[in-house]
Design a protein around this ligand. Structure first.
Ligand code: ADP
Ligand code: MG
Length: 636
């Protein structure tokens, strides 16, 4: 009550009104707000119904991107005449009956809301012939009006037609985009549904033109290739995890893209759970982690991942459009996906081919159509690789046989380089009896003290010696810390006779305390020595053997952490510091390597995981194949 005695008002100033039950049409329209956003949501709901009805073939027709017409026709079990009106009633479903059913949902639908919602915002009709029945019936609705079913013609199965979507909710209609955009969203959904249901044939006809058509496939692999495009097949690696044998029961099958086809956004990640397309942070994170260090920061792996688990191990009733799910045991899912993808990547030779530069991007389906970003990135990559090829050509090795390049920086042009022997090891002493260094079979040339050119079975590899050594160092350091975690908890380190001292800004010194636990894991002991200098008492043996100066290293680390805080996660921070260590310890561009060092580096390349890319995701090696050489020299 205000001082003037005016009637109570609500916060926005409107006069308070009595509470009322909303009319059913409005209730359904409100429900539709959550589920039916655009024609693509209609396509999704209707196709899901067709799948639940056991269809073997589903056809979708669109007019004007679906705004004017969406029709989904299936050959499933159909709906009896007596049930037709119920199908479009709110909260009416044949898929669950009691509360317990919610814990083990095996169908795509269960909310009994889709048809009622769609009917409330469109002109909807259902034509259906139930299996075993000789009669086809047609039910028509318009807003609130539901007509009596009348006999019609047509084959067994169901055809649902949705005309003039949002004709009675103009505010909604305004949010629709252009017909081509809406059409492509419908297509995106249909592709996802097709990926998840290989045994069903799908077709999409838009304004009379067939834009998508996949036949029934025997397995998920065939279907995935049909949907993604055959030209992408060489870029895809198979993931397969069968953990049904253990109590946590997660089955993962999928195809993941080589790092070279990573995209600037995550839209080319197709994730499915029990036949349902989902968006899920746990799964996305597992995928990203599996690719860690294989792709540049800011790029996203491409994948199709089909996850299967017992229906009672997951709650699908947490999102109106069922796009999100809640796993009972999300760590089991994370584990299965992470290890599955990692293993697929580990088994593959990920060395990019220089031929990528000569080929058009093999990405007709994966990722956003028409978005410029990826094409630009690809073009940049082509330029990068082309530059690489040019540098190789410029170096002149091709004319001078396998001898050193003329005009290079070698001390004695034309003769075999003489190497001063070095004491520090390039790698790590392996336990005796393990992995004896094989006699080098391949011919190798060190170019400009920076690149190694190695003959291999397919042609040749061009290796960036620093990038490869950095990856090797990083991987070995990571292994050792991992092993140490179960044991002593630190990287093997050495006490310095006297503390090594370096100057630094007081602000950088201030982060020392925060970093102390991390430093301890790494075998670094450091103390402030006055307001602007730091003393290092112990330092990892490995870095010492690679002649990394302790005090400047720690000072730089602190300064960097102060400028740009380390990742919050323990693991992320560890990776970053190990990366810095690896970079410092690795041979540099410009370092002349001895035969022994080259052998050791090449041997480690074979044994170390993810050796195709440095920890930042840049390639360590590029392959030029014999056919590519033949092409360059017009031999074919
Ligand atoms: P839900 O799928 O959650 O059950 P819907 O509103 O989508 O709710 O559908 C309501 C009911 O109509 C379904 O439970 C099903 O029995 C029936 N139905 C809908 N579409 C079809 C179809 N294409 N074939 C057979 N039955 C269908
Ligand atoms: Mg449904």
């Amino acid at each position: 009550m205000t001082a003037t005695g005016a009637p109570a008002t609500t916060r926005d100033g409107a006069t308070a009104r009595p509470i009322r039950r909303l009319p059913p049409l409005l209730v359904n329209q409100i429900a539709a707000g959550e589920v039916i956003e655009r024609p693509a949501s209609v396509v999704k709901e209707l196709v899901e119904n067709a799948l639940d009805a056991g269809a073997a073939r589903v056809e979708v027709e669109l007019e004007e991107g679906g705004a004017r017409l969406v029709r989904v026709t299936d050959d499933g079990r159909g709906i009896d005449r007596g049930q037709l009106a119920l199908a479009i009633a709110p909260h009416a479903t044949s898929k669950i009956a009691e509360q317990d059913d919610l814990d083990r949902i095996a169908t795509m639908g269960f909310r009994g809301e889709a048809l009622a919602s769609i009917a409330s915002v469109s002109r909807l009709s259902i034509r259906s012939r139930a299996r075993g029945s000789g009669e086809t019936w047609l039910l028509e609705t318009e807003g609130e009006t539901v007509h009596e079913p009348r006999p019609a013609g047509g084959p067994a199965g169901t055809s649902v037609t949705v005309r003039d979507l949002f004709f009675n909710t103009p505010a909604r209609r305004k949010f629709l985009r252009t017909a081509p955009t809406e059409k492509s969203r419908c297509l995106d959904w249909l592709r996802d549904l097709a990926l998840a249901h290989p045994g069903v044939a799908f077709r999409l006809v838009a304004d009379g033109k067939t834009v998508f058509d996949v036949a029934r496939a025997d397995d998920a692999r065939t279907r995935s290739i049909d949907v993604l495009g055959r030209e992408l097949e060489p870029e895809l690696l198979e993931v397969s995890v069968d953990r049904f044998d253990d109590a946590r029961g997660v089955l993962v099958w999928g195809l993941v893209g080589r790092p070279s086809i990573a995209r600037p956004n995550a839209r080319a990640q197709h994730l499915f759970l029990n036949g349902r397309a989902i968006k899920d942070k746990t799964v996305q994170h597992a995928v990203r982690e599996a690719y860690r260090g294989l792709i540049d920061h800011g790029r996203h792996p491409t994948c199709v991942l089909l996850i299967e688990m017992a229906p009672d191990a997951v709650d699908v009733n947490v999102h109106p459009a069922k796009l999100e799910v809640r796993f009972r045991d999300s760590s089991a899912v994370h584990h299965a996906v992470y290890h599955g993808v990692k293993e697929a990547l580990r088994k593959a030779d990920l060395t990019p081919e220089i031929g990528d530069a000569l080929r058009a991007p093999p990405t007709p389906v994966f990722g956003p159509r028409g978005a410029g970003g990826s094409a630009e990135l690809f073009a940049a990559r082509v330029r990068e690789l082309a530059g690489e090829a040019q540098r190789v050509a410029d170096s002149g090795w091709a004319d001078s046989g396998w001898g050193p390049p003329a005009g290079g920086r070698l001390d004695e042009p034309g003769s075999a380089p003489v190497h001063a022997p070095r004491t520090e090891a390039i790698g790590f002493a392996e336990p005796a009896g393990l992995a004896p260094a094989p006699a080098r079979a391949a011919r190798v040339l060190q170019l400009h003290d920076s690149y190694l050119v190695v003959e291999d079975a397919d042609g040749m590899l061009i290796i960036d010696q620093h990038a490869l050594h950095e990856r090797v160092m990083f991987q070995k350091l990571l292994e050792r810390v991992g092993r140490a975690k179960g044991g002593s908890g630190t990287l093997e380190s050495q006490a310095l006779l006297a503390p090594a001292v370096a100057d630094l800004e007081p602000s950088a010194l201030a982060v020392l305390d925060d970093l102390r636990p991390l430093l301890a894991t790494l075998g670094i002991e450091a103390e402030p020595m006055g307001p602007r200098s730091i003393g290092v008492r112990s330092f990892p043996s490995l870095l010492l053997s690679r002649r990394v100066e302790p005090a400047p290293f720690v000072a730089e680390l602190l300064a960097r952490a102060e400028r740009d805080p380390l990742p919050a996660s323990e693991e992320g921070a560890l990776h970053e510091v190990l990366d810095m260590m690896a970079c410092k310890a690795a041979v540099k561009a410009g370092d002349r390597l001895s035969e022994l060092e080259i052998d050791e580096l090449l041997r480690l390349r074979e044994t170390v995981e993810r050796s195709s890319a440095c920890p930042h995701g840049r390639p360590t090696s590029v392959r030029v194949t014999i056919p590519q050489l033949e092409k360059l020299f017009h031999r074919r």
